[in-house]
Design a protein. Structure first.
Length: 566
């Protein structure tokens, strides 16, 4: 029911009230006019009768007003219900804690469903008339809906060791206590985790499409004076994809979170339907399988409880060196492979690749309380001997991931995701190399695995979380051509940057101070992180392991907006 009709009815009720009042006064005046021909008792009786009749009319009008008020309240509640919790379009899940469950409130990629009866003769809310949407939580452009994606962050981070990693933790690069940086601390302010983007939704001939774009400001800057006189942080592309679903088939193309990233719901690419923890740390947690990279994806939905997915994604022949992860030791005669045929995290799309990484995934969502998934990845690597080009080497590896997200109690969810691979170290945030190279040029894939296990609880406007994350990297070594020197990863005498295990314990909170569907939300967040790494080889007199403590504090303003229900 439109507001104009409701308020029109209210006006008619008020007018009726005035007419009733006029009737009472008229009845009294009529009685006064008859004062000369009637006895006083007759006049009083006539006046009582008139008042009794007017009282009946007043009671009937009072009931009518109560009914109209109920209709008005119902319309306002319906209008408010079209505005889901704030933060459901930005890339944290949830950015603003929901009132009942910590799972994100982003609408799933589902078959189009009418939001309400519209005046345009179409089931696409973006093509509907504007009546009943005085303050819509989204914008319209032509026949599509647009929602600005983003939030503004002011983040404070302190570490008891100077890891030199700014906001994100270099899990594999914690300094040892017998080094200079192991005896220094790190304190920084940063706005770099702020995000801006746009989500576009629409329906066309029975197909629902979503376009999603998202930037942050953690790009590499050419300026050397960022901390001196100008914090000119560079935008960085995070996500840029389009997804189309019609019936049971769904297709995605562009840069998205890898399909190997654990989901909270189905195999949706929307950030709120993914699990990459609730932490402030922009590198998330140790042991998590994730990356954001371009690719193609096809999904099949036999029903609303099961989803099959197959994706082809950006490949890379990675030998370590990213985000604190250690690189391998190459044979002395083949050191030129680094940066030319193998990626040591210092090149931009320079290393050759044979084929895309192929990922298959199946997700089960029998109800809102349980999500279970199994995924597998296949990877292929190839090199050529620069001294003998006819000599080529190929290796094929892969990995398996199993995860679950379960509501144990109302507002409390238990989460686990586990990955084991033969050549899949790049997907563990680059903490493990994919392979080593033997002295004859042949390739050997490195075993690596990770786990993240934790709990998330939502209590009113407060989200609490705690996680354990772990990475294990297998030893893989060989002799160099001289038959004496060891090469590879984790061998006796290897540098203490070649880790055997990385462990993390972290917990934190996300408190909503204020929110309004029309204006946005303000949150404060805190996180404590304890990080430990153990190398494969410890030299005589050196520490066996090292650890650091990190404290985060964050203030966030989230933009308002959400999509209509399709």
């Amino acid at each position: 029911m439109h507001f104009s009709k409701i308020f029109g009815r209210r006006s008619s009720v008020l007018l009726a009230w005035l007419l009733v009042g006029s009737g009472i006064l008229g009845a009294y005046n009529d009685g006064a006019a008859d004062d000369l021909t009637q006895t006083p008792n007759e006049q009083i009786a006539a006046l009582k009768a008139a008042l009794a009749e007017q009282q009946k009319q007043l009671e009937a009008l009072q009931k009518t007003m109560e009914q109209q008020q109920k209709l008005l309240d119902g319309a306002l509640n319906a209008q408010q219900s079209q505005r889901p919790n704030l933060g459901n379009v930005a890339s944290l899940s949830p950015v603003v804690p929901g009132p009942s469950t910590p799972a994100a409130a982003i609408p799933p990629l589902a078959s189009p469903k009418p939001q309400r009866a519209d005046t345009s003769g179409t089931s696409n809310p973006c093509e509907a008339g504007s009546e009943g949407n005085a303050v819509p939580p989204y914008l319209r452009l032509g026949n599509v809906c647009l929602v600005p994606v983003g939030f503004m962050d002011a983040t404070t981070v302190w570490r008891d060791k100077n890891a030199g990693s700014s906001m994100g933790s270099n899990f594999g690069g914690v300094p040892f206590n017998n080094t200079v940086n192991g005896n220094l601390s790190e304190f920084r302010f940063s706005p770099q985790n702020s995000r801006l983007g746009l989500r576009v939704d629409g329906d066309w001939k029975g197909a629902h499409f979503i376009g999603y774009n998202e930037f942050d400001f953690n790009g590499t800057s050419g300026s050397s004076g960022i901390t001196v006189s100008n914090g000119a942080f560079v935008p960085r592309l995070r996500l840029f994809w389009v997804d189309v679903r019609k019936g049971k088939i769904e297709f995605l193309a562009g840069q998205s979170w890898s399909m190997l990233t654990p989901n909270r719901k189905g195999i949706s690419p929307l950030p709120g339907d993914l699990f990459y923890s609730q932490v402030i740390d922009i590198n998330y947690t140790a042991g998590l399988t994730w990356t954001r990279q371009p690719g193609l994806r096809v999904l099949y939905h036999p029903n609303e409880k099961v989803t099959f997915g197959l994706s082809a994604e950006q490949p890379d022949q990675y030998i370590g060196g990213s985000a604190g992860g250690s690189g391998i030791t190459l044979p002395s005669a083949l050191s030129t492979l680094s940066g030319t045929q193998l990626d040591a995290a210092n090149e931009t799309l320079a290393a050759p690749t044979v084929a895309p990484d192929i990922i298959a995934k199946i997700a089960f969502d029998p109800n809102a309380k349980l999500h279970f998934e199994v995924a597998g990845i296949e990877r292929t690597f190839k090199t050529a001997n620069p001294s003998l080009l006819t000599q080529k080497f190929t290796a094929t590896g892969g990995g398996v991931q199993v995860g679950a997200n379960v509501q144990a109690f109302k507002g409390v969810r238990l989460i686990t995701t586990n990955f084991w691979s033969d050549g899949g170290g790049r997907y563990l945030f680059g903490q493990a190399p994919d392979l080593i190279v033997r002295s004859d040029g042949s390739l050997s894939l490195v075993h690596a695995g990770g786990t993240v296990d934790g709990v998330e609880a939502t209590i009113r406007n407060t989200l609490l979380y705690a996680y354990y994350g772990g990475v294990y990297i297998g030893r893989d070594s060989a002799y160099d051509a001289n038959g004496k020197s060891l090469i590879g990863y984790g061998y006796t005498g290897s540098p203490n940057s070649q880790n055997r295990a990385i462990n993390e314990l972290t917990f934190g909170f996300n408190q909503t101070l204020w929110r309004d569907p029309r204006y946005g939300a303000i949150n404060v967040m805190g996180q404590y992180e304890w990080l430990e790494r153990d190398p494969w080889f410890v030299a005589l007199g050196s520490p066996k392991a090292t650890h650091d403590s990190t404290i985060y504090f964050n203030v966030r303003y989230s933009l308002p907006g959400s999509m209509p229900n399709f």
